[in-house]
Each structure stands twice: as structure tokens, then as C-alpha cells.
Design a protein around this ligand. Structure first.
Ligand code: COA
Length: 180
């Protein structure tokens, strides 16, 4: 992903982390304390946009799925919201889940917030996981969105998974990679 002369790199064991502050202590902490451990343990892979001597933004990917249990076990909701996107009839017991990629963390440096970088990362993800060269099937993007970032995800085509987390600090959201 190329952006305004910034560089995108994958975090590896000896990546030197440049300063980063997105205004959220937990997200800042993940980058400096956990990103490399998650890579080593194959839990998540983290990418950075770097430039101007700092980390401009970062995000991480891990494998996920959307299941009937994400809809409170309600198969009717699962079929209506998720399975119906296939555009053909779904038989009983067919498709208990669909493959997804989760954006585990996403943060844009305070200095760069609101300039389109977050949306660019979402669009890049959409292109990456539906490309014909992809090595595995993946139909959805999922996120656990902090309340403050919900307008950002809505703007980028994400919907709520269910109403059960309506009052939580984070809400499960998803986006169909084939309906961009
Ligand atoms: C939320 C975030 C990833 C959005 O990235 P971004 O590059 O700022 O967003 P874009 O410029 O592509 O999109 C702009 C939209 O994002 C939202 N947004 C912009 N600045 C934001 C901020 N500081 N915090 C939350 N949302 C913000 C607004 O809805 C905005 O739409 P508008 O311009 O119509 O009002 C980024 O602001 C951020 O890292 N915030 C702090 C950490 C966070 O909440 N991360 C999400 C974890 S789930």
C-alpha cells in the first residue's frame, strides 16, 4: 500500500518501532508491547505506515469467522444478515459460519486523524482479501469497534452484528467484502 510517500511495512521480530500516539492508551500499548509477541505466537500480524520519523498508523489482521452464535444462536438472523448475501437459497444446516478476517487493532496517529488514512486501510483490506491471488476463502471483515470509532466504521460500510452488545464499550461489526 503506497500513500503520499509514506511506507507500509509488516512488523517482524527486529522491526524498530517509531513513536506512535493515536490517543488510546490500549492501542498505543499493543503496538509497543504485544505486536511482536502476537506475531511470534501466530495470533496476529501487524502492519505499519511509517513516515516523517514516526508511525503514522498501524493495524493487525487475524483469522475469524461469523457464526450463528454471533447472532445469539438465531439462525433466522444469521441467514437474513449473512448467508442471504450469497444470493441463493440456503438449505437447513448448510453454512453454520462464514470465513472472515478480523482487523484486531487499528489506530491512526493523532496528527493524521481525519485525513482519510483509516478509510484507506479499510479499502486496502477489502482489495487484499478478495483478490484472486488470495490463498484462502474470506468473505467478511470483522471488528470489535470502540464506541468512538463506530461512525468511522459505519462510514466505511460496516454493520452491527447484533443488538446484544448495544450497551458495551465495544461493538462487533462486519462488512461484506463483495459488497463494497
Ligand atoms: C477511528 C480511526 C481509526 C479513524 O481513522 P481516520 O484516518 O482518522 O479516519 P478517516 O479520515 O479515514 O475517516 C474519517 C471519519 O473517521 C471518524 N473520525 C475522524 N477522526 C476521528 C477520531 N479522532 N476518533 C474517532 N473517529 C474519528 C469520523 O467519523 C470521520 O468522518 P467525518 O470526517 O465525516 O466526520 C482513527 O481516528 C483512530 O485511530 N482513532 C483512535 C483510535 C480508535 O478509536 N481506533 C479504532 C479502534 S476499533
Amino acid at each position: 500500500m503506497v500513500m503520499n510517500g509514506f511506507e507500509t511495512i509488516k512488523v517482524v521480530a527486529d522491526t524498530q518501532m517509531l513513536p506512535f500516539d493515536c490517543g488510546n492508551t490500549e492501542l498505543n500499548g499493543f503496538l509497543f508491547n504485544d505486536a511482536k509477541t502476537h506475531l511470534k505466537e501466530r495470533i496476529a500480524v501487524t502492519y505499519l505506515i511509517i513516515g516523517e520519523g514516526r508511525t503514522v498508523a498501524y493495524w493487525s489482521y487475524l483469522n475469524d469467522k461469523i457464526s450463528v452464535s454471533d447472532m445469539n444462536g438465531n439462525r433466522e438472523s444469521f441467514i437474513k444478515r449473512i448467508a442471504s448475501r450469497l444470493g441463493h437459497e440456503i438449505k437447513d444446516k448448510e453454512y453454520e459460519s462464514f470465513p472472515a478476517v478480523k482487523i484486531g487493532r487499528l489506530g491512526v496517529g493523532k496528527e493524521y486523524a481525519g485525513s482519510g488514512i483509516g478509510s484507506h486501510i479499510i479499502n486496502h483490506t477489502k482489495t487484499l482479501f478478495v483478490s484472486e491471488g488470495s490463498s484462502s476463502g474470506c468473505r467478511f471483515i470483522t471488528v470489535d469497534a470502540f464506541k468512538e470509532s463506530i461512525p468511522f466504521y459505519r462510514k466505511n460500510g460496516f454493520e452491527f452484528m447484533s443488538g446484544r452488545d448495544r450497551k458495551s464499550e465495544t461493538r462487533q461489526m462486519y462488512c461484506d467484502l463483495l459488497q463494497m
